[in-house]
Design a protein around this ligand. Structure first.
Ligand SMILES: [Zn+2]
Length: 384
C-alpha cells in the first residue's frame, strides 16, 4: 500500500524566529529545526494525507529543484521517528465504520499521539472495539469502569453482579437513577449503556461468586477481566486469580481503603499473580498470614465512606491503564505493581512491585501451596 503521509493534525507547525520552525507544542512533543529556505514548511503543508511521497516530491521540485526523492524519504522517516506523521492510506483502510470513526474521533486523535507512520491509530481503535471485557461487580468501581470502557470503545462487555440498586448508591454510582432503585444493577447498567451506545453488546449474569469455578465459567472467552468487587476479602481475589491464570486472561483489580485507592494488573505468565504477591508479602512480613487471618475472623466490612470524585479518580486511572494494556500505546503502570493513590494529596506511588515466582507460586508456578498464607483459604469457616 502506497503511504500517504499526514502531518498529525494535533500538532501545530510555525516559524518561531526567522528560519527556525517549531513543530508541536505539548510537553514531550516539541521540536525546533532550521528551515531557512522554507522547504520543510512547504513539505509539511503537502503532507495532508492526500499525496504519496512521490507526489509530494514532484510538487516540491517546483520551488526546490535540487531536492531528491531520497531526501524526501529521509525526511518522512525522520518526522515519523519524531512522532509527527501518520499514514492516511492506513487510516482509510481500517475496518471502522463511518459511525465509529465519528464517535471515536477524539480517541483516535489521542492514540495518534503514540504512533509512528507504520502504526494506525484507527487500527488501535478497531482493536479495542473487538475486545470482550468482563466486569465482576457493578458497584461504584464496576459501574464507573463500565462507562469508561464503553467510552474508549470496548463494544462487548459482560457484567456480573447479584446486587440491587439502593438510594445510598446514587451519590457515586452515576449509571443508576432513582427509577432503578430496587432493580438488579446489571439490568439497570445494561439499560444505561443501551442509551449511551446502542451498538455495544452487554451480557449480564446475576450471580454471587462462590468459587474459582464460578469465575472460570463467567470469564471464559473474555480478553480482559476487571475485578471490581472485594468480598469475600482476600478469597475473592484468589478465586479470580486462579481462574484467570488457568484461562490465561489478564485482569485488573482495584479497591479503596478510606482515603487511599489502590489497583494492580496481572498478566498470567508474565507478571507475578496475586499468589506470587502473597508470597512476596509473606517473605517481607513474617506475621502477614496472621494479619490476613485476623481480618477474616473479625469479618469487618467497613461501611462505605467515599465521595464520587474519589471513585472517578481511581477508576479513571484503572481504565487508562487498561487502555495502555489493550492497545500497547504506552507502558502499563500497574503490571505486577500495587499502585496507591492518595485522595487527599493526589499523589500516586508504587507501594511495592513483585515478580512472578514460578518455583514457589501454587497458582502460576510449581509451588506446593503449603505456606501458611495459602492455608487460610482451606478453612471452611471463611468460605460461604
Ligand atoms: Zn503466581
Amino acid at each position: 500500500m502506497d503511504r500517504r503521509p499526514l502531518f498529525k493534525p494535533v500538532h501545530p507547525v510555525y516559524e518561531v524566529t526567522e528560519g527556525i520552525i517549531r513543530m508541536g507544542e505539548a510537553p514531550g512533543f516539541t521540536v525546533e529545526m532550521e528551515d531557512e529556505n522554507g522547504s520543510i514548511r512547504k513539505m509539511v503543508k503537502l503532507m495532508d494525507g492526500t499525496r504519496n511521497v512521490g507526489q509530494i516530491h514532484n510538487l516540491l521540485l517546483v520551488d526546490y529543484p535540487e531536492l531528491t526523492y531520497e531526501e524526501i524519504m529521509e525526511a518522512v522517516e525522520a518526522l515519523s521517528g519524531l512522532g509527527f506523521l501518520m499514514d492516511q492510506a492506513k487510516e482509510e483502510a481500517s475496518g471502522l465504520t463511518l459511525e465509529q470513526k465519528e464517535r471515536y474521533k477524539a480517541n483516535i486523535r489521542y492514540f495518534s499521539l503514540f504512533t509512528n507512520i507504520d502504526q494506525s491509530p484507527s487500527r488501535l481503535q478497531e482493536q479495542l472495539s473487538g475486545k470482550k471485557v468482563t466486569i465482576l461487580g457493578m458497584g461504584a468501581f464496576g459501574s464507573t469502569l463500565l462507562v469508561n470502557l464503553v467510552g474508549v470503545g470496548i463494544q462487548h462487555i459482560k457484567l456480573v453482579d447479584f446486587d440491587r440498586v439502593e438510594l445510598s448508591n446514587l451519590n457515586r454510582q452515576i449509571v443508576f437513577n432513582e427509577n432503578d432503585i430496587g432493580r438488579l444493577k446489571v439490568e439497570a447498567a445494561r439499560e444505561f449503556i443501551a442509551r449511551l451506545h446502542s451498538e455495544v453488546l452487554i451480557e449480564t449474569e446475576t450471580l454471587q461468586i462462590k468459587s474459582s469455578d464460578d469465575v472460570e465459567r463467567v470469564v471464559a472467552g473474555s480478553d480482559f477481566v476487571v475485578l471490581a468487587a472485594d468480598q469475600p476479602f482476600f478469597i475473592l481475589q484468589r478465586w479470580v486469580n486462579r481462574a484467570c491464570t488457568n484461562l490465561q486472561i489478564p485482569y485488573i483489580a482495584g479497591g479503596f481503603n478510606l482515603i487511599e485507592g489502590q489497583f494492580f494488573l496481572v498478566e498470567p505468565g508474565k507478571t507475578g499473580c496475586i499468589d506470587c504477591m502473597h508470597l512476596h508479602r509473606y517473605r517481607q512480613l513474617e506475621d502477614y498470614p496472621q494479619l490476613i487471618e485476623n481480618l477474616l475472623i473479625t469479618n469487618f466490612v467497613p461501611p462505605t465512606a467515599t465521595i464520587a470524585p474519589n471513585i472517578m479518580m481511581i477508576t479513571g486511572m484503572m481504565a487508562s491503564d487498561a487502555v495502555r494494556y489493550l492497545t500497547g500505546i504506552a507502558p502499563v503502570q500497574s503490571a505486577g505493581k500495587l499502585i496507591l493513590f492518595d485522595f487527599n494529596t493526589l499523589e500516586k506511588k508504587v507501594f511495592f512491585e513483585w515478580e512472578r515466582n514460578e518455583n514457589e507460586c501454587p497458582t502460576c508456578g510449581m509451588g506446593s501451596g503449603t505456606e501458611p498464607i495459602f492455608q487460610i483459604m482451606r478453612k471452611e469457616m471463611y468460605v460461604e
